[in-house]
Write a protein that binds this ligand. Structure first.
Ligand code: HEM
Ligand code: HEM
Length: 182
């Protein structure tokens, strides 16, 4: 991860990947709450899970592009506004966010397969379940998937709150590092 001291913000590709991921998480997480408004077995529920799975796979695809882009591309040095403990905490939070962005969709895929369901990416391609149906294991894996998703969203909210506090209260450059140039 080469640090370029002339940079004051993340490059356009990393910024685009960050905000596309944020949008995708809002859709994937938010849509699970819409399900209750439609009766069991209705086409709307089918559409909701088709969207959940497709956009969930998109999250995984975005992180698969983002990690090499982050590792091999130039990034700005850490903001001078951050003290050493805050810098360590923010890097730990970012690492955990990356981990949850990878593990949560993978557990989702495993859940679908345990239920015997195929996994479709916007109907562009479909992967049938390669494993035997196991409803008992599926119930446990569903709990894990939900737990990971909740952890991801809570951590992302804390992370977003920290970014907003930096911008509004501390009035430093932290949020600007992820925003387009004026
Ligand atoms: C970061 C991406 C993802 C997030 C944040 C997420 C989040 C969630 C949440 C909050 C639930 C509701 C849990 C419950 O009611 O038990 C859920 C359920 C589920 N998710 Fe995900 N998910 C993601 C990706 C995926 C992917 C990629 C797949 C499959 C390929 C998937 C498959 C499922 C399935 C099958 C359910 C259970 C649906 C049901 O209750 O019938 N998820 N997910
Ligand atoms: C689902 C929601 C979110 C996820 C998963 C997420 C994830 C991440 C990750 C993994 C990084 C580290 C980037 C890197 O160094 O490679 C990052 C950086 C950043 N994020 Fe987010 N983020 C989310 C929402 C937000 C929101 C809503 C804001 C603003 C209000 C925000 C502001 C920032 C800023 C300013 C940085 C750069 C911090 C720095 O290095 O100085 N993020 N985000």
């Amino acid at each position: 991860m080469p640090i370029d001291p002339t940079l004051t913000r993340y490059g356009a590709p990393l910024r685009a990947l960050h905000w596309l991921t944020v949008l995708s998480i809002i859709v994937v997480f938010g849509i699970t709450y819409v399900e209750q408004f439609f009766p069991r077995g209705s086409p709307e529920r089918g559409w909701i899970w088709w969207t959940h799975i497709s956009v969930g796979l998109l999250v995984l695809a975005l992180v698969a592009i983002r990690i090499p882009a982050r590792v091999f591309g130039a990034t700005p040095p850490a903001s001078t506004a951050l003290s050493r403990p805050v810098k360590i905490a923010s890097e730990a939070a970012h690492g955990l966010l990356y981990l949850l962005l990878i593990v949560t969709p993978i557990v989702g895929i495993y859940l679908s397969f345990l239920r015997g369901n195929e996994v479709s990416f916007f109907s562009l391609f479909t992967i049938p379940s390669p494993i035997a149906v196991d409803r008992t294991a599926a119930r446990q894996v569903q709990e894990v998937h939900e737990l990971l998703a909740n952890a991801l969203v809570i951590l992302a909210l804390l992370h977003a709150a920290a970014a907003v506090i930096h911008h509004v209260v501390l009035k430093d450059d932290v949020l600007k590092r992820m925003l387009p140039e004026r």
